[in-house]
Design a protein around this ligand. Structure first.
Ligand code: MRU
Length: 359
């Protein structure tokens, strides 16, 4: 409408790696379904997609007044907030879009102008994530040396973000510096984000990798194959507790047992200033069918039940460091998180934030 694109194009991650299919979305309802069913997934990517979803809401009502377009944008934001509960990037992006929508309601003289203001904000969220992921990569790259065995879980790569990734961003940055090492990608049951998506990304990038079924990680650590664990996060509480794909907590316990450093790579948009500890992080429970069947075929006997939490929380005490765009928060705790996020106590514990020099 009036030069504002009313279409969002997303790569359907449910079909990877077999097929690269792009979905063209014009309605907030379709996008809500895409987020819920993991066509678009990964904490930063969900936030970016939802920001564009708010624009779709505005565009759909942009033929009239700015006020009508803004009301439609705000109701799109409320609806998209119900798509998935754990990744705080979704809520952070929607809050930012709501604030912009309210300004647009006052500043814009037409629905088209209001939609344009929102599109610019969604693009800023998108572009900022690109810069943030590059900075995370640069801050973490030095942790990976020639010959390192790097274990990662789920997919915290380009697919989960604006294109470069957080945990995989660290891996790509080390690779681009000429380091040669091997990535162990956890398969990540039940939806195989590791075996399907991380493996797809790493093979395209030319990084050496092999896939482990989730249960093999402990043995790989025990036999000396793993020297560092790097995962992403979906929400980090103020005290440094970090929610990520289910199975991450078990890796942190195993890493401690084997004396292996355990790092989380995450942008500031994944930190929740309103969440004091990991206990307050809502953990999404998904359909039992994801566990009771495999690739669409039922594997469990009739009547079997399943417990299917999509995420778990790794306590800050088991995290060696959180790699952010502002530096690495060593041995994260509330003071370290607040300093890195510049939430009031900045400066007091500056020694806890390590900012490696760019290569
Ligand atoms: O359920 P998903 O596939 O959206 O879960 C994603 C993860 O747990 C990722 O590791 C996390 O979002 C970090 S993404 C940079």
């Amino acid at each position: 409408a009036g030069g504002i694109p009313g279409k969002l194009v997303i790569l359907d991650q449910r079909r990877l790696p077999e097929e690269e299919i792009y979905l063209e979305r014009t309605t907030v309802e379709d996008l809500h379904g895409d987020i819920r069913t993991l066509a678009v997934r990964g904490a930063p990517a969900i936030g970016i997609a939802a920001a564009y979803g708010v624009v779709l809401g505005a565009v759909s009502a942009s033929g009239g007044s700015a006020r009508t377009a803004v009301e439609s944008a705000l109701s799109a934001a409320d609806f998209l907030a119900s798509s998935r509960p754990t990744a705080v990037n979704l809520f952070n992006a929607l809050d930012r879009m709501r604030a912009k929508a309210r300004h647009a309601g006052l500043d814009a003289s037409s629905g088209t102008e209001a939609a344009g203001i929102l599109l610019a904000e969604a693009r800023r969220i998108h572009e900022e994530d690109e810069a943030i992921c590059k900075a995370i990569g640069s801050n973490g790259a030095g942790l990976i040396r020639d010959g390192t065995g790097v274990l990662t879980h789920c997919n915290a790569g380009g697919l989960a973000t604006s294109g470069f990734g957080t945990a995989l961003g660290v891996i790509y940055a080390a690779f681009m510096r000429g380091r040669r090492f091997k990535v162990y990608a956890d398969e990540t049951r039940p939806l195989l984000q590791g075996a399907r998506l991380t493996a797809w990304e790493l093979s395209r990038a030319g990084v050496e990798y092999c896939i482990l079924c989730d249960g093999a990680a402990g043995w790989a650590m025990r036999t000396g194959m793993i020297h560092i664990v790097v995962t992403g996060a979906d929400r980090i509480a103020r005290n440094g507790d970090a929610a990520n794909k289910v199975g991450t907590y078990a890796l942190s316990v195993l890493a401690e047992k084997h004396g292996i450093p355990f790092y989380v790579a995450a942008p500031s948009t994944t930190f929740d200033r309103d969440c004091p500890t990991g206990s307050e992080i809502p953990i999404e429970e998904r359909s039992e069918d994801e566990v009771l069947a495999f690739m669409g075929r039922r594997t469990a006997p009739p009547g079997a039940r399943a417990f299917n939490p999509a995420f778990d929380v790794t306590p800050a005490g088991l995290i060696t460091g959180i790699i952010t765009e502002n530096g690495i928060i060593e041995r994260p705790d509330r003071a370290g998180v607040e300093a890195a996020m510049r939430w009031g106590t900045a400066g007091k514990v500056a020694g806890q934030i390590r900012k490696p020099k760019p290569a």
